[in-house]
Write a protein that binds this ligand. Sequence first.
Ligand SMILES: Cc1cc2nc3c(=O)[nH]c(=O)nc-3n(C[C@H](O)[C@H](O)[C@H](O)COP(=O)(O)O)c2cc1C
Length: 146
Amino acid sequence: MGTVLVVFHSQGGNTKAAAEAVAQGARDVAGTEVVLKEGLAATTEDLLSCGALAVGTPDYFSYMAGGLKDFFDRTFYPTQGSITDKPCGIFVTHGGGGKALESVQSICGSFKFKIVGEPVLVKGAPDDEAKERLAGLGRSLAEAAS
Ligand SMILES: Cc1cc2nc3c(=O)[nH]c(=O)nc-3n(C[C@H](O)[C@H](O)[C@H](O)COP(=O)(O)O)c2cc1C
């Protein structure tokens, strides 16, 4: 059985809805456990113990939100050497830009995560089509985690 960690930040609810769609997609793969956490609450142990993770953020000022950055900042040194090639998916909600994706990709490169699938970009709140793309990412991560 694999565990998928979904870490996100959301002030207005759009990215939370996106995170829930990723989590639902992962749960649809039998035997998958999902841990869904805000970036400020997610721990080093969550990162060490998951089989795969998804990281999600709104685009705030063309950068990732502070809540997700806090997760990366706290967990970087304690996990180095332990999580190389851990499968990771990325999702970003935005208001028409989406440049924050680059900041997430850069940090995922520093962690040496193995990126799974294409990053999912969503403008505003996820509609049914976006939720299906997000769920697809969750399913891919669940398969990579098992
Ligand atoms: C402080 C702030 C800064 C933002 N800056 C950008 C931006 O630079 N580019 C963009 O496309 N959207 C920007 N937005 C829009 C948000 O990325 C978008 O509404 C997002 O879906 C919000 O996610 P949330 O509801 O999870 O907080 C900004 C929103 C806020 C509140």
